[in-house]
Design a protein around this ligand. Structure first.
Ligand SMILES: Nc1nc2c(c(=O)[nH]1)N[C@H]1C(S)=C(S)[C@@H](COP(=O)(O)O)O[C@H]1N2
Ligand SMILES: [Mo]
Length: 409
């Protein structure tokens, strides 16, 4: 027997909790949870309209990985709020399960010889991709929501490509291990290489360990789920930086992502004298001041802001000009085309966006001038901002300066 003081020796690992039962339970939870994370993640990318215009495409080199892209619908209006809220909240909730799962199989990491055969070597390489991929995906995701777009351009490709590598290894692993896990959970037989050959005195039962992990998950869930709701629930999102900043009260008292100051938007350029909306389409270009816009037929819709970071607001009452009415103004009657939106903002990744024809056509899609009965606040995009049902927040451009229908640049 090898020296039991070395982690390469099975006798080094003494917890009596470790064994196929714990590993199988955690594995089955992760199988379900990570599948949901993968699907909601891919869906989030589709919601950006990446195939519509390069300005929306956060992962331009995706190649065939974009095979599944589809036209993101506008109903139900809370669609992105739901899918992305699930993605982020579930991701955070699964962290203790992932860590416990890795702990439960850690003796295998040190197994000697490193490879008994070519097949065994391949299996271990795939496990490296699996564990590395999992840690990479969870870490980049957490950093992005905690540090507020820490990697402005690069988060998306990292998280997107990482997801494919990770999920490929995950599927292979699940296919290999699921039969064993099911057998273990049916028969409760505790044997095999995960069981310590010389278990130490137990400090906690297997069920106790599971409660501990579940409690950790519950705690993370309870301290992050509130970010998908308004106050007072939002205040429970202790782990979300966007839960801390008090958005204030009143009509503009809902979550602000980037402030006007951050985007270098000044009151001078948004004043009635300075600001003109430039709308271009088939029949040419029209320029409209805010007062002229306000004299066009105005409509109201109750829609949320839902950010890729997983936070969202409840429905806010927006009032403004329908996007399809603006299209009609420049010669696109009937079924309107796609539109390219540009903000006054001069720098930053989110100052341009392209909306698909179905989003322009939806009667709830507005160039909003008012929120909750008052003028938009400067931070929420005064003089005018886009609001589209079911779309990710990033497509709801603030401080709109220019709209070009039909010809996406
Ligand atoms: N011009 C401009 N518009 C923008 C952004 C931006 O940085 N610049 N951020 C977008 C993102 S990522 C989100 S989530 C929403 C947030 O809107 P809010 O600050 O009114 O909540 O605005 C969007 N519109
Ligand atoms: Mo966002």
């Amino acid at each position: 027997m090898r020296d039991q003081r070395l982690p390469t020796s099975p006798g080094f690992w003494r917890s009596s909790v470790r064994g196929p039962w714990l590993t199988s339970v955690l594995g089955v939870v992760l199988l379900a949870g990570i599948t949901v994370l993968f699907v909601t993640g891919l869906v989030s990318y589709a919601a950006y309209n990446p195939d519509l215009s390069p300005v929306n495409d956060m992962t331009p080199d995706k190649g065939i990985l974009g095979f599944y892209l589809f036209s993101w619908p506008t109903s139900p209006h809370w669609l992105y709020r739901f899918t992305q809220g699930v993605h982020v909240t579930l991701g955070l909730t699964l962290i203790p399960v992932l860590l416990a799962k890795l702990w439960s199989v850690v003796p295998k990491l040190f197994t000697l010889p490193p490879a008994r055969s070519v097949a065994h070597a391949l299996e271990r390489v795939s496990l490296l991709l699996l564990v590395g991929g999992a840690l990479f995906e969870f870490t980049t995701g957490v950093l992005n929501i905690q540090l507020d777009y820490i990697f402005p351009g690069s988060f998306y490709p990292l998280h997107f490509y990482g997801a494919w590598v990770f999920f490929a290894a995950f599927v292979a692993h699940a296919a290999l291990k699921l039969p064993t896990a099911v057998r273990t959970l049916r028969g409760l037989r505790e044997e095999g290489e995960l069981v310590s050959p010389r278990p130490g005195p137990p400090t906690v039962s297997r069920r106790g360990a599971l409660w501990f992990v579940g409690g950790g998950s519950l705690l993370l869930f309870a301290t992050s789920a509130g970010r998908s709701f308004d106050q007072p629930l939002r205040a429970t999102a202790l782990l979300a930086p966007h839960g801390w900043a008090d958005p204030g009260s009143g009509p503009g008292g809902f979550q602000i992502n980037k402030t006007a100051a951050y985007a270098h938007i000044t009151a001078a350029e948004t004043s009635d004298d300075a600001w003109r909306l430039v709308v271009t389409g088939r029949t040419g270009t029209v320029r409209l001041g805010r007062a002229e816009l306000a004299r066009l037929p105005l409509h109201s819709s109750a829609l949320p802001i839902a950010c890729v970071e997983g936070w969202s607001t409840g429905d806010q009452w927006w009032r403004g000009v329908r996007l399809r009415d603006l299209a009609a103004l420049v010669g696109h009657d009937g079924s309107p085309p796609d539109v390219f939106i540009e903000s006054l903002q001069r720098h930053g990744a989110f100052r341009k966006a392209a909306l698909r024809a179905n989003q322009v056509a939806d009667p709830r899609s507005l160039l909003a001038l008012y929120a909750n009965g008052e003028d938009l606040t400067l931070d929420h995009g005064y003089p005018a901002r886009i609001i589209v049902p079911a779309a990710p927040g990033v497509l709801n451009t603030k401080w709109v300066a220019r709209m070009t229908f039909g010809d996406l640049g």
